[in-house]
Design a protein around this ligand. Sequence first.
Ligand code: ADP
Length: 173
Amino acid sequence: MSGNPDSRIEIFPGDITKLDVDAIVNAANAQLRPGGGVCGAIHRAAGKNLREACAKIGGCDTGQSVHTDGYDLKAKYVIHTVGPVWHGGDRNEEALLASCYRTALKIAKQIGARSLAFPAISTGIYGFPLDRATGIAVATVRDFLQQDDGIERVVFSVFGPEAEAAYRSELRR
Ligand code: ADP
């Protein structure tokens, strides 16, 4: 339906909270609390209204996504997705991670966000092996974009040289 999906995918090495996109995706915890890592950074940059909006929603299942406004961020929306904790691979972690990317993209479409940015979900505190997670991230996004032309731009915000190298190599495949 919509040509080469890679023409709509880019890599941004750096802090996702700085990005000027319609929506940024948060690697949230199931309670939607500020927490650490990228989630803590997003909450700090978005301000206390984000914390309150998340508390009102109350929680989200692993592999699912919900959205709020972006408040003090440049991004109009934050899409909160709950990545799986890595337990060795036999607890459906790969399917749950793919579901994070798919449900976030679906919500982006529903709310009319045409550009969005993802962090490397689950690859920090949640311990998902980076190369496997990167393969799932890139394949799931490519697949979605191939079937849909409502999303114009997907940015992978990569933190650190290792993540950047993993994404660059996966996108060359
Ligand atoms: P999880 O709990 O899902 O593993 P983390 O926040 O611990 O989430 O890590 C997810 C990824 O986000 C890691 O690769 C981490 O290096 C990266 N990260 C941390 N802070 C930021 C940030 N400000 N912008 C983009 N990526 C970030």
